[in-house]
Design a protein around this ligand. Structure first.
Ligand SMILES: Nc1ncnc2c1ncn2[C@@H]1O[C@H](COP(=O)(O)OP(=O)(O)OP(=O)(O)O)[C@@H](O)[C@H]1O
Length: 322
């Protein structure tokens, strides 16, 4: 099936982002992925984008921001590549992802390249990065509600009204990403952050690709596998944006149950067997028929029959008046 991407729309957005991100104004209008290489290390003063936190604005405002003034606060989380702290600068809170620069691996660089060209109300905003004393600090929008998986652990499963509200926001974020030809590949509640205003944003682009080939390691069972589309697990060479649509179905199951999708699966071999036999993760029966049907559409085994995120925006469950 042909992918519904409006090239002019995409090109305009990328051009606009590049103009905001780059230290020098660009005059080019046609850009390619190589235009988004990481800038040379160690600039102390960056010109990041700052979103107005008071509004749901998609507009990024360019301004000078000296990270030397940053004060580091308490640790708010940790992941495979390092720790995340809250930072305070010029009266604003930001998140600081701190990683050992020496152990810096490709996927972190990958995350920076991808983040630096994205700006959308449902994508965690990237402000800049700095290498200092062997550490790499990545500066991000601070999401004071933490991840959705933190919220599920704390408060238990969400009701369908909230699930629908969050799904609409995730869909908007995905539609934007996919228009930029970015595939997230690791969408799960742990990588979706929330704030006190009920907004949610997609984060953690360490696994994202710029139309690049996948390199899946099957030597150890990684729990992210449970959110993965069959074509990724089966290491098919051709896969696309719709792997994120499968994961969205799994995210809805996670929100509805406060458990991983495929809750009884403990190994990659078991997962592969289950996915090939059942074709779809178990769908919670307490959800409305429309919601169950939406999950089924997301988790369509055959990727060519699986709808794109844009098409799902028109689904009756999403469009219904509440
Ligand atoms: N921008 C942010 N604002 C607020 N909290 C954040 C932010 N980014 C990360 N966190 C918190 O820090 C935790 C760790 O985030 P991080 O992105 O480093 O790792 P992860 O996604 O949990 O795991 P991994 O990188 O190993 O996949 C998150 O679960 C979240 O609670």
């Amino acid at each position: 099936m042909k992918q519904s991407i409006d090239p002019s729309d995409s090109a305009n957005q990328i051009t606009q982002l590049c103009l905001v991100c780059s230290p020098e104004p660009q005059t080019k209008t046609l850009l390619s992925p190589k235009d988004f290489r990481i800038r040379k290390p160690a600039p102390l003063v960056l010109k990041p984008m700052l979103c107005d936190q008071q509004e749901d604005s998609q507009k990024a405002v360019g301004c000078e921001y000296n990270f030397k003034d940053l004060r580091l606060g308490k640790k708010i989380g940790s992941g495979a590549f390092g720790d995340v702290f809250v930072g305070f600068i010029q009266g604003k809170f930001i998140a600081v992802k701190q990683m050992d620069g020496k152990q810096l691996i490709e996927s972190v660089d990958n995350e920076i390249i991808i983040l630096s060209k994205l700006t959308h109300k449902n994508i965690v905003q990237y402000y800049g990065y700095m290498r200092e004393a062997g550490m790499l600090n990545v500066y991000l929008e601070y999401m004071d509600g933490g991840s959705l998986s933190d919220r599920l652990k704390q408060f238990g499963k969400f009701n369908e009204t909230l699930i629908r509200k969050f799904t609409i926001q995730i869909l908007d974020g995905l539609i934007y990403l996919h228009r930029q030809a970015v595939v997230h590949r690791d969408l799960k509640c742990g990588n979706i952050l929330s704030n006190q205003r009920g907004q949610i944003k997609i984060a953690d682009f360490g696994s994202s690709s710029w139309k690049e080939a996948i390199n899946l390691s099957d030597t150890e069972f990684c729990y992210s596998f449970k959110w993965m589309a069959p074509e990724l697990l089966l290491k098919e060479k051709k896969y696309g944006r719709r792997v994120d649509v499968w994961s969205l179905g799994c995210v809805i199951i996670e929100m509805a149950t406060a458990e991983h999708p495929w809750p009884n699966i403990k190994s990659l071999a078991q997962l592969l067997e289950a996915i090939q036999n059942l074709k779809c993760p178990p769908i919670p029966t307490h959800l409305s028929k429309e919601c169950q049907n939406f999950i089924k559409r997301c988790c369509t085994y055959n990727k060519d029959q699986r709808p794109h995120a844009e098409i799902l925006k028109e689904d009756p469950w999403i469009k219904k008046e509440i």
